[in-house]
Design a protein around this ligand. Structure first.
Ligand SMILES: CCCCCCCCCCCC(=O)SCCNC(=O)CCNC(=O)[C@H](O)C(C)(C)COP(=O)(O)OP(=O)(O)OC[C@H]1O[C@@H](n2cnc3c(N)ncnc32)[C@H](O)[C@@H]1OP(=O)(O)O
Length: 194
C-alpha cells in the first residue's frame, strides 16, 4: 500500500520550477556537498558513498551499493539506510535549482527487500515548488536502472539560507568547513538565488 499524506500534496498555487541555468549539465557527476556527509562524503568509512549525476530537466540519478555495514536483517539493507539513500538523492536536487533546502518531511515505501551487494539505482525529480516548499519524489530500483522498484519516497524540502547550517551546526565542524576553501566554494555555489 502506498499514498502520500496531505502535507506532501502541492497546494493549488504551486508551480513547476525551472532548472537553473548554472545547474550541472545532464550526465555530469555531481560531487559531494560535504566530505563528511554520511550519504555522499568520502570521509565516512561506513557511509553510502552515493554517486549522483544530473539528469535532464529537473531530474537526477544516483547509485549506491549496499555494504555489510548497512545491514538490518542478516544479509539485507537496513530500511533507515535505504531512506538515507533516498533522502540524499532528493537533497541533491538542490543542485538543479541552485537552492539550499533541507528535508522537512520524507515518506518512504519499502516495496522489496534489498540484499547486501545490491546496487540501488536511484532517480529523483522535483515536482513542484510553492514559496520555500519544494516537492519531490524518488525511486530506488534493483537489477539495473530499469529494474523493479524496491523503494520509493515523496518528500517536502524547505528552502533555508546557508546560515541555517552555521547557526545550528556544532562549532567544531563548522570551523573546519569554513576553513576549507573547497567547502566554501561548494556553499557559495548555492547562494546565487536571492
Ligand atoms: C552548504 C550547502 C549545504 C547543502 C546541504 C544539503 C544537505 C542535504 C542532505 C540531505 C537532506 C537532509 O537530510 S537535511 C537534514 C534533515 N532535516 C533537518 O534537519 C531539518 C530540521 N527542520 C528544520 O530545521 C525546520 O523545521 C525547517 C527549516 C525545515 C522549517 O523551519 P522554518 O524555516 O521555521 O519554516 P516553517 O515556517 O516552519 O515552515 C515553512 C513552510 O514549510 C512547512 N513545513 C515545514 N516543515 C514541515 C513538515 N515537516 N511537514 C510539512 N510541512 C512543513 C510549513 O508548514 C510552512 O508552510 P507554509 O506556512 O509556508 O505554507
Amino acid at each position: 500500500m502506498s499514498g502520500r499524506s496531505a502535507a506532501l500534496q502541492p497546494p493549488s498555487d504551486a508551480v513547476t520550477p525551472v532548472r537553473h541555468p548554472d545547474a550541472p549539465a545532464p550526465g555530469e557527476l555531481i560531487g559531494s556537498h560535504y566530505g563528511e556527509c554520511f550519504g555522499c562524503g568520502d570521509g565516512q568509512p561506513h557511509g553510502l558513498h552515493l554517486r549522483v549525476r544530473a539528469g535532464e530537466g529537473l531530474g537526477i540519478t544516483a547509485e549506491f551499493t549496499v555494504q555489510p555495514a548497512h545491514q538490518g536483517a542478516p544479509g539485507l539493507a537496513h530500511g533507515g539506510v535505504l531512506t538515507t539513500a533516498l533522502d540524499e538523492t532528493l537533497g541533491s536536487l538542490n543542485w538543479l535549482l541552485r537552492t539550499v533546502a533541507v528535508t522537512g518531511r520524507l515518506e518512504t515505501d519499502f516495496v522489496r527487500p534489498v540484499p547486501v551487494g545490491t546496487t540501488l539505482h536511484l532517480a529523483a525529480e522535483v515536482t513542484a515548488v510553492a514559496g520555500r516548499k519544494i516537492y519531490s519524489t524518488a525511486t530506488g530500483r534493483i537489477g539495473g536502472p530499469g529494474g523493479p522498484v524496491a523503494v520509493r519516497a515523496d518528500a517536502l524540502f524547505i528552502e533555508v539560507k546557508v546560515d541555517h547550517f552555521v547557526h545550528h551546526g556544532r562549532q567544531e565542524e563548522i570551523r573546519v568547513a569554513m576553513n576549507d576553501p573547497d567547502q566554501v566554494r561548494r556553499a557559495r555555489a548555492f547562494e546565487v538565488n536571492p
